[in-house]
Design a protein around this ligand. Sequence first.
Ligand code: SAH
Length: 233
Amino acid sequence: MKFSVASQPKYSDYFRARQRMVKEQIIGRGIKDPRVIAAMEQVPRHLFVPETLQGQAYGDSALPIGEGQTISQPFMVAFMTEALMLRGDERVLEIGTGSGYQTAILAKLADRVYSVERIRSLLERARKNFDQVQCRNVMTRLFDGSYGWKEEGPFDAIMVTAGAPSVPPPLLEQLKIGGVLVIPVGDKNSQRLLSVRRKKRGFSEEDLRECSFVALVGEHGWEKPPRKDYGLS
Ligand code: SAH
């Protein structure tokens, strides 16, 4: 186990709600990787949502986290994580830290997670969340993640948790041979979740399912909105 959740009262309502979430939404919908299931059982999602929404943290939906962004639906987190087929020794790049919930799940399953977020206030809160759940193998960066994180690459796996108009070339460049990139690609309202594997020569691509993510905003994503809309600082 990469961090302890001992501070979590074991038989609290949240604990029971999380167990129900895993049974109904995760195992019940076909997630099979036992390590992914264990991570979903362990990471306290309610600590990653605004206090007023904690009662809904184990429901079957994405929730607002401020700045017009959302924490992903639990099933989608598990599905995307399973698609990376992590074994424990990987260096993983995540684009779109948001609340940090997906990051904390990845941190349970890989050696080290490098997570990039473009909105300062979200990243600051996510860092506090990592401290609270004692998640220590995460490195974060305030940056346009459509460029990836070149200095720390190449990566065994890359996950993008925002919807892109097309696959950003720097992310392909920063993927190791044999590595997998999972990314939603499409228009601003709905996307296809793609799994792209780097071969010795070239890439193979698989279309996993439909999905709906907030926009990847940046040089290799969608155009940057006016500053005031996003409260960037
Ligand atoms: N995995 C997060 C999802 C957050 S929503 C969670 O479960 O909480 C997607 C996030 O991607 C938002 O926080 C948004 O600010 C961020 N984002 C969008 N474009 C980005 C970019 N170019 N670089 C880094 N982060 C980006």
